[in-house]
Design a protein around this ligand. Structure first.
Ligand code: TMO
Length: 317
């Protein structure tokens, strides 16, 4: 390279001075003061974890904003930057929306939690212990005992109580058809997650069989909940992926997602978010603080942060 002028020389000298400082670590980029936008969905661990992660970011000096968001549409909102992160991307329910948004450009995979997941129909374990439907948890047992799971509004059919329809649309009605169970079984959608927990409690009190949609990690891991074993999941078995839908849910991953600009605008917060990793036990605890201990989500998060500094503080350093 030829130096053309003294001015150019001075510019180059200044530039190399800056790069030396950067190499020495003295000139870390500061995080933007723009808020990190965290979505709130409609199941307890997700909301508690939102405030746990927000509290972690605030401890690092970041500004945080929380927005209620649809749990499918949120990946498009992350892609276009209206929402910054998603901290519970469940493979079975949201994997497709996550990768669809990623393929359009703007969503990054910010790592995978240690917890593995299952989102599936199942029964409280006492239903199996009391042998209310011999052969459970194999799905084929359902052919012989729909009446055990009939309810006032199920017209004599066995009832599956699904979660809110916003989670996975017609996944379960399609599955009943595909497995040849639709003549004797029907799906009802719960208005919210709380309706699932109310149903578990009342079925136990009345000693009546019940089949609900549930997931792990969740607070129910501790009480005994058994997922029904359906024909094994494989890529392409669902209707939306070209299959007939006669398969169960995947034993899946739990990922973190972020808008592609987040590492650049908030490098320290992004680094902490990428290190952050929750286990099955930790996620179950976050849900239990709300669904068993009846704490408010924010108070539950504050308690979790106070009790677990040794877990999350290292991620911020
Ligand atoms: C997305 N969920 C954990 C409720 O299945």
């Amino acid at each position: 390279m030829k130096f053309r002028s003294p001015k150019m020389l001075r510019t180059l000298a200044a530039a190399s001075c800056v790069s030396l400082m950067t190499m020495g670590g003295a000139a870390k980029a500061a995080d933007s003061t723009q808020p990190i936008v965290i979505p709130l969905h409609n199941w307890s661990s997700q909301v508690v974890m939102a405030y746990v992660i927000g509290g972690m970011f605030e401890s690092m000096g970041s500004n945080v904003e929380y927005v209620p968001a649809d749990s499918q549409a949120v990946y498009e909102s992350i892609r276009n930057g209206d929402v910054t992160i998603s901290h519970e991307v469940w493979q079975s329910t949201f994997g497709k929306s996550f990768y669809n948004a990623m393929a359009k450009g703007g969503v990054i995979d910010a790592g995978t939690h240690s917890a593995t997941t299952l989102e599936e129909m199942g029964v409280p374990t006492w239903v199996i212990e009391e042998n209310l439907c011999p052969g459970l948890p194999s799905w084929e047992a359902l052919k012989d005992c729909p009446e055990v799971f009939a309810t006032a509004d199920s017209e004599g059919k066995g009832r599956w109580l699904e979660g809110p329809q916003s989670w996975h649309g017609d996944l379960m009605p399609v599955r009943l058809e595909a497995l040849g169970l639709a003549d004797t079984w029907t799906v009802k959608f719960a208005g919210g997650a709380d309706a699932l927990w109310t149903e578990l409690a009342s079925a136990k009190k009345e000693k009546r069989g019940t089949i609900i949609f549930n997931w792990t990690p969740n607070f129910t891991d501790a009480d005994g909940f058994t997922f029904i074993e359906f024909p094994e999941y494989f890529d392409g078995c669902r209707k939306e992926d070209g299959g007939d839908g006669s398969c169960g849910s995947p034993k899946g991953w739990l990922k973190k997602a972020a808008n592609y600009k987040f590492p650049k605008t908030h490098p320290a917060a992004y680094t902490a978010f990428s290190k952050l990793d929750f286990t099955t036990t930790q996620i179950g605890e976050m849900a239990a603080l709300v669904d068993i201990d009846k704490m408010d989500h924010k108070d539950a998060a504050a308690k979790w942060l106070a009790d677990n500094e040794d877990v999350w503080m290292p991620w911020t350093q």
